[in-house]
Design a binder for this molecule. Structure first.
Ligand code: GRF
Length: 216
């Protein structure tokens, strides 16, 4: 099977990036990380990439305040330079513009630590606890121009326990993030994802769209 060339955009600790790298090395994800790009110079994610001898680049957003299109054009340039086919937003703390969305239509994936469309945005584990939901989880979706609004590829569900804090819930969700992000990338690599309107269908002999629905 072909290895999909990934461009991974990060801003911070990069645990999702690490999970993808580990799964590629294990052979469960048919991909290669072509480049890791951070908007933050000291993102730990960059160290992780370098440790695995992967190209790691800081693209500074300094001087691009109010010029998000221009910054995204820089990102596009860097991604194309490395022959990227699929862009992975792994804790990238910027909203991307139509420049990037149009450059990679249905070829940008994001991981979000809540069951979208509930709780888009930031600090969502805290918001889920405060709202009193009994289940939360995470969502891998294709990226459109909205914030956390694109077509949903996979979701995983976790319980919210009475004594949960933001940190304990985030940790439970993160474990699932590490699993489903890699799974979504692999399904893409296998050519099994089709987007119709807002819906993403998973083709194949075993149609397992719901396989990640409930996690014990
Ligand atoms: C994750 O919780 C992800 O869902 C959100 O940002 C966080 C990034 O964590 N978009 P990491 O940098 O991958 O460890």
């Amino acid at each position: 099977m072909k290895k999909v060339k990934l461009g991974v955009l990060v801003s911070g600790r990069g645990s999702n990036l690490q999970a993808v790298i580990d799964n590629i090395e294990k052979g469960t994800v048919s991909a290669q990380v072509a480049v890791v790009i951070s908007d933050q110079p000291d993102a730990f994610a960059l160290d992780r990439a370098r440790k695995h001898n992967l190209p790691a680049v800081h693209v500074s957003a300094k001087g691009y305040k109010g010029k998000r299109d221009e910054y995204d054009a820089l990102l596009e340039q860097e991604l194309r330079k490395h022959g990227v086919e699929l862009v992975i937003l792994a804790g990238f703390m910027r909203i991307i513009t139509k420049v990037l969305v149009n450059a990679f239509p249905n070829r940008i994936m994001n991981i979000h630590p809540a069951l979208l469309p509930s709780f888009p945005g930031l600090h969502v584990q805290k918001a889920a606890i405060e709202h009193g939901v009994k289940f939360s989880g995470c969502t891998v979706h294709f990226v459109d121009e909205g914030m956390d609004t694109g077509p949903i590829i996979i979701q995983a569900v976790v319980p919210v326990l009475d004594n949960d804090t933001e940190d304990t819930l985030a940790a439970r969700i993160l474990k699932q993030e590490h699993r489903i992000f890699s799974r979504a990338i692999h399904l893409y690599a296998e050519g099994r994802l089709t987007v119709k309107d807002r819906r993403v269908f998973v083709s194949g002999p075993e149609n397992k769209s719901g396989e990640f629905l409930i996690n014990p």
